[in-house]
Write a new protein. Structure first.
Length: 315
């Protein structure tokens, strides 16, 4: 059985109009749904309760839990203990999956006994590049930079030598070195060995990078590839509610989390930092500037991240 887990905060509209309806439309019923809520009010609980009867009519259990902790990585870790399935499927509250999505996940885990983690091809309704404000041609400029330093863009989700994650556009089925938190599934036994890194919550509950960090550590820990299904798909609507606002803390989260994730990967095997601008801190800074972050916020964020790194090292 599959346990579908939705971790949410202050997004009752997305729960009611996107994720839960897509689970209700699945062409199979051998799964359960857990909604873990860290909202500031009871609007999400009211939205979930409206779906209780429709799910029960299809023979699907729908559970609502008010999270004891509010942050993303912590809540994902907490949710595992109450699920009953052999496979844990994490779905974002603003993501929907095709009606054959869970069926595809069930077949993959049934057909490949070695498989530890997989996802569905992901399509963004609002691609990430739409949020870059510095220049309308930034997407083309980024592609030129990538080709200059690394050659052709990767054909699959890849972790670069600097431990930065990249993905092809559009997303493609096959082998993947990391999975997106919008729709990723793992055997429950994985969580006996690995958990989401709660240290990534230091600068906010959004825990930037927790999905690609966890999924790639699964790859490294077991030495088996992750897969993207050839059938089924997911659509990510990129709801902006409850995302980290621009400011020093968001900049600090990017700098600190990137370094922490790199340290976690290096515990399994060494990564060489290439002398390429785009992947190093200068490249990250340029990327944040093009997202509209102010230079002052970047400086303050970098200093915060450096202090946090020193405190973590002493601890």
């Amino acid at each position: 059985m599959i346990s579908a887990v939705i971790v949410t905060r202050n997004r009752s509209d997305a729960i009611a109009s996107i994720s839960l309806p897509s689970l209700l439309r699945q062409d199979m019923a051998d799964f359960e749904v857990f909604v873990w809520d860290a909202s500031d009010d009871d609007s999400t609980e009211r939205a979930v309760l409206q779906f209780k009867r429709p799910f029960e009519q299809k023979g699907i259990s729908l559970f609502f839990r008010r999270g004891a902790r509010q942050y993303l990585a912590s809540t994902r870790n907490d949710s595992i203990h109450e699920t009953h399935g052999d496979v844990i499927f994490f779905l974002d509250d603003d993501a929907e999956i095709s009606s054959d999505g869970l069926g595809a996940i069930k077949r993959y885990f049934g057909d490949f006994a070695w498989l530890r983690g997989m996802g569905l091809p992901l399509h963004d309704v609002h691609p990430r590049l739409d949020r870059y404000v510095a220049h309308p041609f930034f997407g083309a400029f980024r592609d030129l930079i990538f080709r200059f330093f690394f050659g052709k863009p990767p054909r699959y989700r890849k972790i670069m030598n600097s431990t930065r994650n990249v993905t092809p556009f559009p997303d493609s089925p096959g082998i993947a070195e990391w999975l997106t938190g919008a729709c990723m599934a793992y055997r429950k036994s994985v969580f006996e060995d690995i958990s989401f890194d709660e240290g990534l919550e230091r600068f906010g509950g959004y825990a930037l990078g927790e999905d690609y960090d966890f999924s790639h550590r699964v790859w490294l820990r077991y030495g088996e590839p992750l897969l993207i299904s050839i059938s089924g798909f997911a659509v990510h609507h990129n709801a902006q509610t409850a995302r980290m606002p621009k400011g020093p803390d968001k900049a600090a989260a990017f700098y600190y989390n990137t370094a922490r994730i790199r340290d976690g990967f290096k515990a399994y095997r060494p990564y060489k930092l290439p002398p390429f601008l785009w992947e190093l801190r200068a490249g990250l800074t340029l990327s944040l500037l093009m997202q509209g972050m102010s230079p002052l916020d970047l400086i303050r964020g970098c200093l915060k991240a450096r202090r946090a790194r020193r405190e973590t090292a002493r601890a």
